[in-house]
Design a protein around this ligand. Structure first.
Ligand code: AHM
Ligand code: MG
Length: 336
């Protein structure tokens, strides 16, 4: 675009959340706004660190002890530290649950929120330059709580906000505060997330399935049969589904949100409760998908957001995506 065509009235994430706060007069304490600001700082910092570390690893820039990365902190540890420090500094957060921390963290001082997160999900893909992401969900503390495990052992329905940032060719933030989904893209020169996908909705159907078929021998028969049925020419189109699996949840869900289709990680005889974590992987993605007009259920077809974890790192099987595709899965699970 020529200079004359430059968009000069950008909606930054900060502007967006301030405007949202003003329109939600009754909850306009501004605390969630401040918390979202601290979150976006963590995302920018992690995005920058991932970019930089690729170079550090490849050419051994100053500060790296060796080119193999042995003496460097692993990126998921750095991501975790960045996240926890940002939440601590915000003074609006009392409780943090991180995939990288066995126990719940409770901060001293003020704060009315609990944040659950996977700071760098899909980190096994990092060395190949595949997109990874931060997944997060936010609960308001229970009335009169000073911050305990009960603030996070709650159903997904009680989350007040959730989303992810995918660190790919650009950093993409998909956010819901329970009022639809909005997508932002980081403009690195401005240092701002810019609203690029307002009111995002997922296509109602799309013949794409995304599942690790290497586990097929461990699946229950009805799941095996269902996935097989997708590989046969479909009555409506005469063509089979396409398979797409990156192996990085944020990237697979991102594609599913934008293009439609089905993403699943079911439980199997090897991983009896599935692989993905209920609190900070399944719930935030389920909330986003539903807010975008899609669905998210477990292997038995129960709604993900209705589940209640009994421990912070509990897992669940998950099927999420376009309503048309999930309904097809639900039909196939009836009575199984
Ligand atoms: P992680 O939290 O250890 O990174 O694992 C979660 C990742 C997800 O991003 C992805 O959907 C899944 O593991 C892929 O698992 P698999 O390699 O078994 O297909
Ligand atoms: Mg993870």
């Amino acid at each position: 675009a020529s200079d004359e065509n430059i968009q000069t009235d950008l909606v930054t994430l900060t502007r967006f959340i301030l405007e949202q706060q003003r329109s939600l007069a009754k909850q306009a304490s501004g605390e969630l706004t401040l918390l979202l600001n601290s979150l976006q700082f963590a995302f920018k910092f992690i995005a920058h660190t991932i970019r930089r570390s690729e170079l550090v690893n490849l050419i051994g820039l100053a500060g790296a002890t060796n080119a193999t990365g042995d003496d460097q902190k692993k990126l998921d540890v750095i991501g975790d530290e960045i996240f926890i420090n940002a939440m601590k500094a915000s003074k609006n957060v009392k409780v943090v649950v991180s995939e990288e921390q066995e126990d719940l963290i409770v901060f001293e001082g003020p704060g009315n929120y609990a944040v659950v997160c996977d700071p760098i999900d899909g980190s096994s893909n990092l060395d190949a330059g595949v997109s990874v992401g931060t997944i997060f969900g936010i609960y308001k503390l229970l009335p009169d709580s000073k911050g305990t495990i009960n603030d996070v052992l709650r159903s997904g329905n009680e989350m007040v906000a959730a989303g992810y940032t995918m660190y790919g060719a650009s950093a993409h933030l998909m956010l819901t505060t329970g009022n639809g989904v909005n997508g932002f893209t980081l403009d690195t020169s401005l240092g701002e997330f810019i609203l690029t996908h307002p009111n995002l909705t997922i296509p109602h159907t799309r013949p794409i399935y995304s599942i690790n078929e290497g586990n097929a021998a461990y699946w229950p028969k009805h799941i095996f049969d269902f996935v097989n049925s997708l590989k046969k020419p479909q009555p409506s189109t005469g063509k089979p589904y396409s398979a797409r699996y990156i192996g990085s949840m944020v990237a697979d869900v991102h594609r599913t949100l934008l293009y439609g289709g089905l993403f699943a990680y079911p439980a199997d005889s090897k991983s009896k409760n599935g692989k993905l974590r209920m609190l900070y992987e399944c719930f935030p993605m389920a909330m986003l998908l539903e807010q975008a007009g899609g669905m998210a259920v477990d292997d038995k077809g129960q709604r993900i957001l209705d589940m209640v974890p009994s421990a912070i790192h509990d897992k669940s099987g998950i099927w999420l995506g376009s309503t048309g595709e999930i309904e097809k899965f639900l039909d196939s699970t009836k009575g199984k």
